[in-house]
Ligand binder design. Structure first.
Ligand code: COA
Length: 399
C-alpha cells in the first residue's frame, strides 16, 4: 500500500462520556405497564433510564462529552469531527457543525454526520482511523450521541435511554489501538427503522433480537475468515447493548458456535464489567457499545496489552466485529470518577414528570421559544426561532 504506513498504530487516544439530566426507575415504569418489575430489571437487565432535560439534545450531550477531551489536548490538531446518530435534529445540516461551533474548534475543520442505526459510531471510528492513516499528524473527534425513544406503553419503552461518547482518534494512541482486522455483515432487513415523518421508530423487537444474534454470528465468521484473533485471545467482550441482557444472549451465541459451554459464570467473567453503565443509562444507540467499553475500562483490572472484542450492531442491518488492544498505562487516561458522577448525579423523576418532559414539544411552525434552564450538562438548547436551534454553553463541566 504505497504511501500508507501499515506499521502505524491508530486508535483511541482519549474517551469521555456524557448523559442526560434525569433518571426514571424501571420499577416505576413496570408499575405503569402493569408488569412484574423483574421483567425489566432481570429479564432485560435494566435498572434506570436516562431522560434528557427539555433543553438537552444530541448536540448538547455530544458537546458535553467532547469538551472534556478538548480541555486536555491541542484542539488545533483536530481536522475532522464525525458525529454518529440515529436521532438527528436535522435532515440536512450535520449536528457536528453545531458541536464544532460550541467547542470553538477551528473553521479549518470538516464536520459531518453519519447514520446507520446503532452501528453509526463504529463506522465513524473506522473512517476516522482511515483519515489518521492518511495523515498521522491529524486527529479526528468521533462523537456518538443518541436519545432512544419509543412509543409510550410499547415494549421498547423499557429500553429507552440517552448518552454521548466522545473519542479522540489519533496515531500512537494512549488508550487503545484499533486492530486492523474487521468482520462485517450487512443485510437489508426491517427490524427497526424511522421514516422521516415519525419521531419514534417502527420496531419489531423480537425480530431485532434474532437478527442481532444472526448478524453477530455472521460478523464473527467473517472476522475469523479474515485471520482475526481466536475467541480465547480476548480478555473481555463489549457488545452493543439495547438492554444489557442482549450482550449475554449475543455472547452465548458466539461461545456456542465455538462449542464452548455458555454457563452464567463464563458469561459474567467475559461481560459483567461491560454492563454497569448501560444498566443505568439505558439504550444510547450509537453510543451504547462505547458506553460498554467505558464501563469495562472503569471497572476491570488492568487490561494493558490485552485485547477486547467489540461487536457493533445497527438494525436494518450492519454489524462489525473488531478488536481493541489496550495500551499499557491506559488507566491513567480514564475518567472513572467523572463518568460515574455523570450517571450518579442524574435527578430521579417520577413517571408523571417523565411524561411531562416527553410531552414537551418545540415549535414546528417557525415561531420562537426561549427555553427555561432545565438540565445542567454544560451546554443547552437556548431557543428555537424561525426553525433554527440556538445553543449556548451554560455551566462548567464537572470533572
Ligand atoms: N422476571 C424475570 N424475567 C422476566 C420476567 C420476570 N417477571 N418476565 C419476563 N421476563 C423475561 C423474559 O423471559 C425475557 O427474557 P428472555 O428473552 O431471556 O427469555 C425478557 O424478560 C423480556 O421479556 P419479553 O416477553 O421478551 O419482552 P417484550 O416482548 O415485552 O419486549 C423487547 C422485549 C426486546 C422485544 C422490547 O424491549 C423491544 O422491542 N425493545 C426495542 C428493540 C430492541 O431493543 N431490540 C434489540 C436488538 S437491537
Amino acid at each position: 500500500m504505497e504511501g500508507i504506513d501499515v506499521a502505524l498504530t491508530v486508535g483511541i487516544h482519549d474517551i469521555a462520556l456524557a448523559t442526560g439530566h434525569y433518571a426514571l426507575s424501571l420499577e416505576d415504569l413496570a408499575e405503569r405497564h402493569g408488569v412484574d418489575p423483574g421483567k425489566y430489571t432481570v429479564g432485560l437487565g435494566q435498572t434506570t433510564q436516562t431522560v434528557p432535560a427539555t433543553d438537552e439534545d444530541i448536540v448538547t450531550m455530544a458537546a458535553a462529552a467532547a469538551k472534556q477531551i478538548i480541555a486536555e489536548h491541542d484542539a488545533g490538531d483536530i481536522r475532522t469531527v464525525l458525529l454518529a446518530t440515529e436521532t438527528g435534529i436535522d435532515q440536512s445540516k450535520a449536528a457536528a457543525v453545531y458541536v464544532q461551533d460550541l467547542l470553538g474548534l477551528s473553521s479549518s475543520t470538516r464536520a459531518v454526520e453519519l447514520k446507520q442505526a446503532c452501528y453509526g459510531g463504529t463506522s465513524a471510528l473506522q473512517f476516522a482511523a482511515g483519515l489518521v492513516h492518511r495523515d498521522p499528524e491529524q486527529r479526528v473527534l468521533v462523537l456518538a450521541s443518541d436519545i432512544a425513544t419509543y412509543d409510550v406503553d410499547s415494549a421498547g419503552e423499557a429500553t429507552q435511554g440517552a448518552a454521548a461518547v466522545a473519542m479522540l482518534v489519533s496515531a500512537d494512541p494512549a488508550v487503545a489501538v484499533l486492530e486492523p482486522t474487521s468482520g462485517l455483515y450487512t443485510a437489508n432487513v426491517q427490524d427497526f427503522w424511522r421514516p422521516n415523518y415519525r419521531s419514534t421508530p417502527m420496531v419489531d423487537g423480537k425480530l431485532s433480537v434474532s437478527l442481532y444474534l444472526e448478524a453477530a454470528e455472521q460478523a464473527w465468521k467473517d472476522y475469523e475468515a479474515r485471520g482475526g484473533r481466536a475467541i480465547e485471545d480476548f480478555a473481555a467482550f463489549c457488545y452493543h447493548q439495547p438492554f444489557t441482557k442482549m450482550a449475554y444472549k449475543a455472547h452465548a451465541r458466539l461461545l456456542e458456535i465455538h462449542g464452548i459451554d455458555a454457563q452464567m459464570a463464563r458469561l459474567d467473567a467475559d461481560l459483567a464489567h461491560t454492563t454497569s453503565y448501560n444498566r443505568l443509562i439505558g439504550n444510547s444507540y450509537t453510543a451504547s457499545l462505547y458506553v460498554a467499553l467505558l464501563s469495562l475500562l472503569d471497572h476491570a483490572e488492568d487490561l494493558s496489552g490485552r485485547s477486547v472484542g467489540m461487536l457493533s450492531y445497527g438494525s436494518g442491518c450492519v454489524a462489525e466485529f473488531f478488536g481493541l488492544s489496550m495500551v499499557p498505562g491506559y488507566r491513567q487516561r480514564l475518567r472513572t470518577s467523572s463518568n460515574q458522577d455523570a450517571i450518579a448525579r442524574r435527578e430521579s423523576i417520577s413517571y408523571e414528570r417523565y411524561r411531562a418532559i416527553r410531552d414537551f414539544e418545540l415549535p414546528e411552525d417557525g415561531s420562537s421559544t426561549v427555553l427555561e434552564v432545565d438540565g445542567a450538562g454544560g451546554f443547552r438548547l437556548r431557543a428555537v426561532t424561525e426553525h433554527s436551534r440556538m445553543y449556548e454553553a451554560c455551566h462548567p463541566i464537572q470533572a
